[in-house]
Ligand binder design. Structure first.
Ligand code: NAD
Length: 440
């Protein structure tokens, strides 16, 4: 079987590599020439645990290839995945320009029947737009070639993308014919040996499923952040509340950790896009609108605590910041809460000394010389007035508190991820502030 994956970002590269691992011949396509040239040399554009090893293996076996030429990738190809970005447009709706460019390119170059599958997160009705764009190009060529369009939203998590793809909880596929269903079953059979389901449905329901999943997860996060803020006011400890509710199987213990707000390339834009879809259909998604509002406010919570500690005078303060990526195990900085926190602190007159295990290259590209970067965590603390922790990388979990205490001017830690025990911090003489615990 031969497939083409158009768009070689987090989703396209991981999907392509994992499909190749099953023996399928995969060509990953991208318009970014540098990215493709680097991939041909074995240089990965992203950090994703486990990806490099499996990519190298499949390139060596010549099952995984990279190109900027979509036409050549479509030759003898049964399935073409669309895995390009769908960033938010100015009004919050998903910008489909990249998806439709790919559809037009497929229409221009396809020579035989093909199944076009959207892996990008796209709003309801996109499959129809793709169908129209492909058909227009075929008509221009007077070519009567059949094709189908299916929807296969991707649920991988950055930081665990390879294992999520190889052992998915479920695969959702929207199709409108049995023929396409059979092709997709064949493609995914090797990934379903763990017994998890492949759920077939109509195309609009598949498109809606992806948005609903992300909206639900974002809702859990914002709900818990809202509760955490109330806990602080009324004297409850959200860490205990979380444990108290998480053992209820109806609630579950995932995604109920309070923090500095959700970020990343998916939740913020998908929440916005779903709200916009509702508005376009004269419906108000009131819960989701509140989810977004709470999340925007939550990104300021840590800064507010720092301001209060220094009596609203942050001018000239040096702040050490650990963790830049929007979550651990990724170098993705898109919509990272750290960016909002940094903006606010710099505007208030602070100097930032930051450290992140993987995201510093990307952060430097975005922030230029707005902040200083330290090559290792303790160096970020030198002459700093306090430490703030934004991302819960594993290496921050058991730091050397004696060294931290010696390097910081004040023994003050602001922890946006609640990774330390407040009582232990107090015993060690730290002023310790986390999210959703009284006396912060
Ligand atoms: P990305 O920005 O990392 O990668 C997109 C790639 O597409 C880029 O390399 C870009 O150069 C390329 N591209 C753009 N236009 C092109 C064209 N016309 N032809 C060929 N290549 C083109 O994006 P991503 O994070 O991989 O996300 C892709 C889609 O998958 C989005 O819709 C996203 O919402 C969805 N998604 C992302 C994740 C995630 O964790 N990142 C998870 C699930 C779903």
């Amino acid at each position: 079987m031969k497939i083409s994956i158009v768009g070689t970002g987090y989703v396209g590269l991981v999907s392509g590599t994992c499909f190749a691992e099953t023996g399928i011949e995969v060509t990953c396509v991208d318009v970014d020439e540098t990215k493709i040239e680097n991939l041909k040399k074995g240089i990965l554009p992203i950090y994703e645990p486990g990806l490099e090893e499996i990519l190298e293996r499949n390139v060596a076996k010549e099952r995984l290839k990279f190109t900027t030429d979509i036409g050549s990738s479509l030759k003898d190809c049964e399935v073409a995945f669309v895995a390009v970005g769908t960033p938010p447009d100015e009004d919050g709706s998903a910008d489909l320009q990249h998806v439709l460019n790919v559809a037009r390119d497929i229409g221009k170059y396809m020579e035989d029947y093909i199944v076009i599958v959207t892996k990008s997160t796209v709003p309801i009705g996109t499959a129809e737009k793709i169908r129209k764009a492909v058909k227009e190009e075929l008509d221009k060529r007077n070519a009567d070639i059949k094709f189908d369009v299916a929807s296969n939203p991707e649920f991988l998590k950055e930081g665990a993308a390879v294992s999520d793809f190889l052992k998915p909880d479920r695969i959702v596929i929207g199709v409108d014919s049995e023929k396409v269903e059979e092709v997709m079953k064949r493609l995914y059979k090797p990934f379903l040996l763990n017994g998890h389901p492949i759920v077939f449905m109509d195309v609009p329901s598949a498109e809606m499923t992806k948005y609903t999943a992300n909206a639900m997860l974002a809702t859990k996060i914002s709900f818990m952040n809202d509760i955490a803020n109330l806990c602080e006011i009324v004297g409850a400890d959200v860490n205990l509340v979380r444990k108290g509710i998480g053992s209820d199987s109806r609630i579950g213990n995932k995604f109920i950790y309070p923090g500095t707000g959700y970020g990343g390339s998916c939740f913020p834009k998908d929440v916005k896009a779903l709200i916009k879809t509702a508005k376009e259909n004269n419906y108000g998604l009131r819960v989701l609108e509140a989810v977004e509002e709470v999340n925007d406010d939550q990104k300021s919570v840590l800064v507010n605590k720092v301001e209060k500690y220094f009596n609203n005078d942050l001018k000239g303060k040096t702040i050490a910041l650990w963790g830049l990526s929007f979550k651990p195990e990724t170098d993705d900085m898109r919509e990272a809460p750290s960016l909002v926190i940094i903006d606010k602190l710099v505007d208030a007159g602070c100097k930032i000394q930051a450290y992140d295990p993987q995201a510093m290259k990307e952060a430097k590209r975005i922030l230029n010389d707005k902040i200083d970067f330290a090559p290792e965590p303790y160096e970020a603390l030198i002459d700093a007035d306090c430490l703030i922790i934004v991302t819960e990388w594993r290496e921050f979990r058991y730091p050397n508190f004696k060294v931290i205490g010696k390097l910081l001017k004040n023994k003050a830690i602001f922890d946006g991820r609640n990774i330390f025990e407040p009582d232990e911090m107090k015993e060690m003489g730290y002023d310790y502030f986390c999210i959703g615990v009284e006396n912060n």
